[in-house]
Write a protein that binds this ligand. Structure first.
Ligand code: DX5
Ligand code: ZN
Length: 219
């Protein structure tokens, strides 16, 4: 399978959101990565349902939604109704993770689990076969534009080994500080999906930046 690029809309210009969504539509990007923050699970608030609804209206690619919120079960149906294709919840925010995963799938979406930088891969040993995507946080969640945490490479390799050992088909997504400097090494370690926010949206030529990142990930 080719390696996927998921620009994070958090870094877009919210006053020109339709323009930026259409730019991603035209680019070589594969998914839209949507960060929902509640100011409780993470120390920041991003945007909520009305903004997501308008993004979905214009987006022509997979909607990959990353919930950084407490008690995400409350909103699973809402995000399904809004048109999300993948719904990722944080391991650290779910008391009954297995039940939450079943709930996401019952609503017709792929189920993802995100791990904070401090959370060990070991905690997924008993659920990996039920998880469509693991989002490894390569920064502490809450903000775009932070520096990549180097220990992520080890975590990708460990996760890849767990997936192979359990014959699971889970995708590995990397989220935070992804640039041309780490993309190849992440893919070599086993990453399938690279999220990139500021690296794409702060670039002068965004379309070319996505194209080059995708080429680097599929060398
Ligand atoms: C961080 C978010 C990321 C963020 C990535 O909490 O989950 O998706 O938007 O942004 P960059 O690529 O700028 O680190
Ligand atoms: Zn994210």
């Amino acid at each position: 399978m080719s390696k996927l690029i998921a620009p994070s809309v958090l870094a877009a210009d919210f006053a020109n959101l339709q323009r930026d969504v259409e730019m991603i539509n035209r680019s070589d990007a594969d998914w839209f990565h949507i960060d929902i923050m509640d100011g409780v699970f993470v120390p920041n608030i991003s945007f909520g349902m009305p903004v997501l609804r308008d993004i979905v209206k214009h987006a022509t690619k997979t909607i990959d939604t990353h919930l950084m919120i407490v008690d995400p079960d409350r909103y699973v149906k809402t995000f399904a109704d809004l048109g999300c294709d993948i719904l990722t919840v944080h391991y650290e925010a779910c008391t009954h993770l297995h039940r939450t995963l079943q709930n996401i799938k019952a609503h017709g979406m792929k189920a993802g689990v995100a791990l904070n930088p401090h959370t060990s891969i070991d905690v997924l040993k008993d659920t990996i076969q039920d998880i469509d995507l693991v989002c490894l946080m390569s920064v502490n969640p809450g903000f775009g534009g932070q520096s990549f945490i180097e220990n992520t490479y080890n975590k990708v390799s460990e996760l890849k080994e767990l997936i192979n050992n359990k014959s699971a088909s889970t995708l590995i997504e990397i989220d935070g500080g992804v640039t041309d400097k780490n993309a190849k090494q992440l893919v070599d370690a086993g990453a399938d999906v690279l999220v990139a926010g500021s690296y794409v949206f702060k670039a002068a030529d965004k379309i070319k930046t996505v194209k080059d990142l995708k080429a680097l990930a599929n060398y």
